[in-house]
Design a protein around this ligand. Sequence first.
Ligand code: GSH
Length: 214
Amino acid sequence: MPEPVLYGYWRSSAAYRVRIALNLKQIAAESAFVHLRRGDQRGERHRALNPAGLVPVWREADGFTLAQSLAIIDYLDEIHPEPPFLPEDVRLRAICREIAYAIACDIHPLGNLRVLEKLAADFAADSTAKAAWARHWIASGFEAIEARLAHTAGCYAIGDQITLADICLVPQVANARRFGLDLALYPRIAAADAAAREDLAFAAAAPEMQPDAE
Ligand SMILES: N[C@@H](CCC(=O)N[C@@H](CS)C(=O)NCC(=O)O)C(=O)O
């Protein structure tokens, strides 16, 4: 049976989440790179896989495809339950999802390539303005997450277990760094990020470790 394929891009933080999840579960998958800067995600070939024109996309040998990083990660967690991505305690599970959704639904979309491209095309935003925009929205989201971590963090975002919250946090912190956000303002986020990146599953998933990194 051929391996499943993860369609992604080295700097896509949503694909980075799935790479971490695959490494944590030790699931073998092929990587297919969709060149986002060249606009390959909007081409007919990629839209046949994901009409939304985004990465990541997960495809299995029988043709089953799935988009949305959190849907892919939930699916992987269900078909390979070990190690679990959610804490055992029901309230902590809910908070874990809260942090993941805050990143995936509220922060990440506003700094996405197509949004920044639209700001440039319609409002003449240059690279300085686009970075300031991205920093603004990441800072606003990180303030809330930092406050949340005051009650939940141990070694990682929630206690001493790597969870879905870390899987989402680390790629978003990478984006924050890329846009020049001062992480010293978010000491708990910075500490959870540093701890998770020590783990090999996170290290191997890092953008700069991907073969398509420029
Ligand atoms: N909510 C989606 C977001 C997917 C997404 O925005 N992917 C970005 C890369 S991180 C993308 O494909 N951008 C291409 C573009 O903006 O044209 C997920 O979690 O999978």
